[in-house]
Design a protein around this ligand. Structure first.
Ligand SMILES: C=C(O[C@@H]1C=C(C(=O)O)C=C[C@H]1O)C(=O)O
Length: 174
């Protein structure tokens, strides 16, 4: 699913509530933050496929390779869908910690490594006409304007892009 959006740097976004800022600007693991708010945390993998990167994505990931793994998941707290996440991971072999993470949360893998670096977080809103709303409807959630964030991580020689869209019912809208 495309989550193209009008991504803006956090410094150019002003009218956010404190709850929205708390969640959108969270510098550490979103998985850990969601786990702290729930009894049962789970990951539903929607898909993991090899894709050709768009020129913009190639530029974002400053990578020469044209293909990457597109991983789409839903993060659930106590079985309530909270976040749709789409990550673009480098094609890899078993030696790469990002290889084949399955139902494990990406955050549990990458935030264990002190070498992890995160570039600035960008924010976007997703209105009623955005394709993400089809997923919201599929999940039987009420359609509403959604907020999301994305950033590029680097871990040793790997760069990868993580985009997260907060679904209706997520804590930051309360
Ligand atoms: C990057 C993180 O990992 C989370 C888990 C993801 C996954 O399992 O695919 C994707 C994005 C994040 O919401 C994090 O916890 O911050």
């Amino acid at each position: 699913m495309s989550i193209s959006a009008n991504w803006q740097s956090t410094s150019s976004v002003s009218d956010l509530s404190s709850a929205e800022q708390e969640w959108l600007f969270e510098p550490n693991s979103l998985t850990a933050k969601l786990k702290s708010k729930s009894q049962i945390f789970s990951v539903k993998v929607l898909s993991e496929q090899l894709f050709t990167l768009s020129p913009e994505q190639q530029n974002l990931l400053s990578c020469a390779t044209q293909t990457a793994i597109n991983r789409e998941v839903i993060l659930l707290c106590d079985n309530v869908p909270m976040v749709y996440a789409q990550s673009w991971l480098p094609k890899s072999d078993a030696s790469n910690p990002l290889h084949n993470i399955g139902e494990r949360p990406l955050g549990d893998v990458i935030f264990q490594d002190p070498a992890l670096k995160r570039t600035e977080i960008e924010i976007a809103s997703f209105n009623f006409s955005h394709s993400i709303q089809q997923l919201v409807t599929l999940l039987n959630l009420p359609n509403r304007e959604l907020l999301g964030r994305r950033s590029v991580f680097s871990l040793h020689e790997y760069q990868f892009l993580v985009c997260e869209v907060f679904l209706p019912g997520a804590y930051l809208y309360s």
